[in-house]
Design a protein around this ligand. Sequence first.
Ligand code: EPU
Length: 417
Amino acid sequence: MKILEITGGQTLSGTIRISGAKNSAVALIPAAILSDEDVTICNVPAITDTEALCDILVYLGVKIKRASESIVITSNQMENKKITATYSKKLRASYYFMGALLGKFGKVTMSLPGGCSIGARPINLHLKGFEALGATVTINKNCYTIEAEELKGANIYLDFPSVGATINIMLAAVRAKGKTVIDNAAKEPEIVNVATLLNSMGAKIRGAGTSSIEITGVSYLGKCFHEVIPDRIEAGTYVILGAACGENLKIDNIIPDHIEALTSKLEEMGVYLDIGADYIIVSHTAPYHPIHVKTQTYPGFPTDLQQPLTVLLTQCSGQSKIEETIYENRFMHIPYLNQMGADIRIKNQSATIIGPSKLQAADVVATDLRAGAALVIAGLIAEGKTKVTNVEHILRGYENIVEKLTSVGAKVEIREI
Ligand code: EPU
């Protein structure tokens, strides 16, 4: 088990370079198997979630070549085997093999996906989409078999603009016969990144990034070269950290538009931000005003930044509020923040944060990825030495977090216990 030890109270300055987006890369890697030729993806973050997907590729007989940040995927001799729980449970995004294998072979058998325990996280919309394309779904002892003699384009309306369902349906529909329209589709930048990869391979997708995506099926997908977009959630996490304890902390290699919901809210609090074309420079510019935040689908405030932001709100003078509307169980960091001296009350799906609070170091647990990121920020501004366990969750989504933090003056160490 890994433990992160953080000695709080340092002022952070320098540059943090943002890696490729986890939630893009984890869809692009399974998407690549739809091609029978070489697919090169660069700016792939070295995180345990992308490693787990590469393990699945190798298990399926896909050839992969890794060179620093790029990966070449060759799937012309792969086998369509059942993806067992050992592989599928390692991460949420294993479910993208459903759409990709269904698109490529017309059949997929795999166990339930894993991922953070932040809610029930059903996949009914993915399955409804596959069924609309003509597939049948059989579930036996937590194992899904989805198959179709022929996938046929269809009009699909999503009851909720689910990121996973939108991408999964796109993956199957690119090889379906005829036209598919996904209405009420998710609009996250990761959807656009995946559609761009598929189009470079020869797919015909229009409207990605809007709520209506039109896909005209093609019979062959070829080689391409593609780049993962910068991780907007990693970027947002470090911008929040800079507002908490930075001095001219530069968050570099980002697309500021992708985190506009966050930067607007930070400015409303009184955080001064120097926003450039591909960077943000941020300093601790308290006193901060309390704010109200409601998580929403893109371009609304991202649920993934709600947990890190909570920590900053403990430093505002007055009462802030966070309403979580996407997941039922995304406040698990809060008891730990209270243990560190915060005053946060949860009622139903809202958290009321009363600040400012002086945080003290404590022994805490990263219950999920973004809860872990929140506790790292808390540890960095707290007095004393904070120990975070279950660090594995954090390493699923933040590339080289210890090196990045250390390079800007943080005292952070990771140890095996
Ligand atoms: N939902 C359903 N049925 C479905 C699919 C989703 O009811 O078939 C519900 C979910 O239960 C949830 C909501 O819809 O309440 C949103 O789910 P969505 O499908 O949009 O999320 P996801 O694809 O499971 C991705 C990211 C999450 C991120 C969400 C929202 C990946 C691998 N995961 O999850 O990232 O929070 O979109 O933006 O892309 C993270 O990075 O920490 C993380 C959890």
